[in-house]
Design a protein around this ligand. Structure first.
Ligand code: GLC
Length: 736
């Protein structure tokens, strides 16, 4: 069979026909093969499968090659290039005793070489189909380059913009986060990740890493089981339901038991409740860090706690292989525990097709990477991820016949920031900057001037003079400000959410010229831009929009694309409000302007600057005719919710219709709103569409005091709107 399969594939490659991936062998055949391998493996070889090393480099190359030859490596990370991967894979598959192939992992967070908007940007599209499309491109490029495992999607919920890794996820909401997690797993893995254009995905960081106290990366997380189940676990559950093959355990101490050695999450929830049969890899050196946490007294104890809790593979450090034999000998760990971890890893390697097709077709890399179709996807996805926050007097879209435009700011011609903090194999030279995008968009009659004005942070205000001078000559000013890519992502927490450096002063200096200004934000987190929101007529949130940032921003600014994105995170007025999120509890004293003794501040408004779900368009939409299929349902019944959305403006546009509920009274207090559905729709001027949602036990249920997922009788409210504020309202009752 194998020879025939190989011959068929060879023929298809030569015939240049699209390669039809042979499906991975059926489930029970894989288990039989694993049983047979386990019987042959020594303890050393078993522990070797639990080992993920950083790519071999100069000072350990020969040692790593020898370990592959001895069958003592489960996989490598950060090895790029089909040829290089095939070299190492050949040693494992042709020279080791049991010929077990290697995994090759890499952080492909939002693109491999074709870099898309950062995940927080893509979440702003509220368009799972687009996210699945960009992720599919990322998978195809990565697999062609030899990567068969990506350390993505990052599905951490967070409510704290100080935490730099907010940029890597889908924001503050578990429903939106779950939808984006499903889309990414589908995009990476497809229906069979043994295919040559798919990769094994890894939902991370399991779990509640985004709840780090004070927004400080790697800090303690301490939260109730209720909050864990209601807010932080759902996107991981969605990824597991979507078939994700691996998870990555997080760095954080979770309620006193670090996530990389937490039996409640790694075994009781993940295996016991969700029946997950893939494997869990630790985050980078998270196993030895159990000592620093104060859980393990020494390395051997770290192995005892991690493996004992259900962790399967160790990233970079090698305590499992060092201390495993002794722990087995002393009866602290059982061979069954080791075998179960090995089984999970081998199961995934079989599903990846590595035993049948271990090598990469090196020709694909040359034709696939950064091809024009991928670049086109990047431009479209970037435009769909942008959020129009303000557009006073319809300053936008701009005319392409303007006489002169001043493009100003430290991010206006920056090639690094649009790649974001996890840019994989992305290269600055691939990036189209905002300045380049504007220049390409307008005709020869339009004069485009440029001044940096100041640095993103630090530096001086010496460049203000030139910037102001150009602004005074221009019909309109496009002002690109925000953060550097290094100010978000891992180990990038900030105590301030203000625009760094002298950027706000620059905006004020340009504002003083009286010229119309459009502020273009490039940032990895919500920013406290109160003065800008108050005084600047137009603001476009572009996040870090990837290699086609410049063209996509110009598409939006000049109206070739009507922005339709919505915020997946709340923008606070001040960092003092953080954590601030829309699905908050009502409290016993909800804020009232005219009542001192209610939940609010003396020195700032308690409301957000821009709410979750908010985003404007160049056209206007009207929502009417909210209808419920019943005013009373049983707990196990579904309710249909419909509303009509109409484009009452002059140009086509996208609206994201959002469905929220409120369970007014329950045995556990419930949030004032919870997102339970959304649709991004394109409507022509004058077009009216009916949007339909279903509310059933899955949407109406919640975890009660005994952590049972239940629907309780009582009054519910339904809101259908274009953000988490306002909208059409109706009510219904769940009968006992
Ligand atoms: C890092 C990150 C994780 C990443 C891993 C491998 O520390 O926490 O997201 O996938 O190490 O680079």
């Amino acid at each position: 069979m194998k020879a025939v399969a190989r011959a068929l594939i060879l023929y298809l490659i030569i015939a240049k026909l699209p390669i039809i991936a042979l499906p991975a062998p059926p489930h029970d055949e894989i288990e039989r093969k694993i049983d047979a391998l386990l019987k042959q493996m020594t303890l050393e070889e078993k522990l070797g499968q639990l080992q993920l090393f950083d790519g071999p480099n100069d000072d350990n190359y020969n040692e790593r090659i020898e370990m592959i030859r001895k069958g003592l490596v489960g996989g490598f990370m950060n090895v790029l290039g089909a040829r290089r991967v095939n070299e190492l894979q050949r040693i494992a598959v042709e020279q080791s005793r049991l010929k077990i192939p290697l995994l090759f992992g890499f952080d492909v967070i939002h693109g491999y070489r074709t870099i898309f908007p950062v995940p927080l940007g893509e979440a702003s599209s509220w368009d799972p189909a687009t996210v699945e499309r960009t992720t599919s491109v990322a998978a195809a490029e990565a697999r062609a380059a030899g990567i068969n495992w990506v350390f993505a999607p990052m599905v951490d919920i967070t409510r704290d913009a100080r935490w730099g890794r907010i940029v890597e996820g889908a924001g503050e909401d578990p429903y939106l986060g779950a939808e984006m997690a499903r889309a990414r797993v589908r995009g990476f893995q497809g229906t069979d990740y043994s295919a040559p254009d798919r990769v094994l995905a890894c939902a991370k960081h399991f779990v509640a890493y985004g709840a780090a106290e004070a927004g400080r990366d790697y800090n303690t997380t301490d939260l109730s089981e209720w909050t864990l189940r209601q807010i932080y676990l759902p996107p991981f559950k969605a990824a597991v339901e979507a078939g994700v093959g691996t998870l990555m355990s997080a760095f954080n101490d979770l309620n006193g038991v670090p996530a990389s050695a937490n039996p409640f999450t790694l075994t009781r929830v993940l295996r016991g409740e969700w029946k997950f049969d893939g494997f869990v890899v630790s985050d980078y050196t998270a196993v030895p860090e159990l000592i620093a946490h104060g859980l393990a007294a020494n390395e051997a104890e770290a192995v005892y706690y991690a493996l004992g809790a259900g962790l399967d593979m160790e990233m970079v450090s090698h305590l499992f292989s060092t201390h495993g034999p002794r722990l087995i000998k002393d009866g602290k760990l059982t061979m069954e525990q080791i075998d179960e971890a090995v089984r999970r890893i081998l199961r995934i390697k079989f599903r990846l097709g590595l035993f049948d097709r271990p090598y990469v077709d090196e020709a694909r890399e040359r034709t696939l990477i950064l091809n024009p179709e991928h670049v086109k996807v990047a431009r479209e996805a970037a435009a769909r991820s942008m959020v129009l926050l303000k557009n006073e007097n319809n300053l936008l879209p701009l005319s392409k016949e303007l006489k002169s435009i001043a493009v100003i700011g430290p991010l206006a011609d920056d090639r690094n920031a649009p790649l974001g903090p996890w840019h994989a194999a992305g290269r600055p030279e691939d990036v189209v900057t905002l300045l380049a995008g504007v220049r390409a968009k307008v005709g020869p009659k339009t004069k485009v001037m440029y001044a940096k004005g100041c640095e993103i942070e630090g530096g001086s205000t010496k460049g203000f003079g030139e910037a102001v001078r150009l602004a005074q000559q221009a019909d309109v000013v496009i002002l690109a400000v925000g953060e550097s890519a290094e100010m978000s992502g891992e180990a990038a927490s900030r105590t301030s959410l203000d625009l760094p450096g002298h950027q706000l002063e620059l905006i004020k200096a340009i504002h003083a010229t009286g010229k119309p200004i459009i502020v273009v934000l490039m940032n990895g987190r919500p920013l406290t831009i109160g003065w800008v929101a108050e005084n600047v007529p137009a603001i476009l949130e572009t996040w870090f929009a990837g290699i086609q940032a410049g063209h996509a921003i110009a598409d939006v600014l000049f109206g070739d694309v009507n922005p339709g994105g919505k915020l997946p995170v709340t923008f606070p007025r001040t960092v003092g409000q953080v954590p601030l999120y829309y699905n908050h509890k009502n409290t016993g004293r909800p804020p009232q302007e005219d009542n001192k003794y209610t939940s609010k501040y003396l020195d700032a408004q308690w409301t957000p600057l821009f709410p979750f779900g908010f985003g404007l368009s160049y056209t206007q939409f009207r929502l009417t005719n909210l209808q419920l299929s019943a005013t009373r349902i049983r707990r196990d019944e579904n309710l249909t919710v419909t509303a009509e959305v109409e484009n009452i403006g002059q140009r086509p546009g996208d609206e994201v219709v959002q469905l929220y509920i409120r369970d007014v009274a329950a045995s556990v207090t419930r949030p004032v709103r919870e997102l339970k559905g959304f649709r991004r729709l394109t409507l022509q001027p004058g077009e009216k569409r009916t949007v339909r949602f279903t509310l059933g036990p899955e949407q109406l249920g919640f975890y009660d005091r005994q952590m049972r997922f239940v629907v309780e009788p009582g009054e519910f409210k339904v809101y259908v709107g274009n953000s988490s504020v306002g909208g059409l309202e109706a009510g219904f009752e769940v009968a006992d």
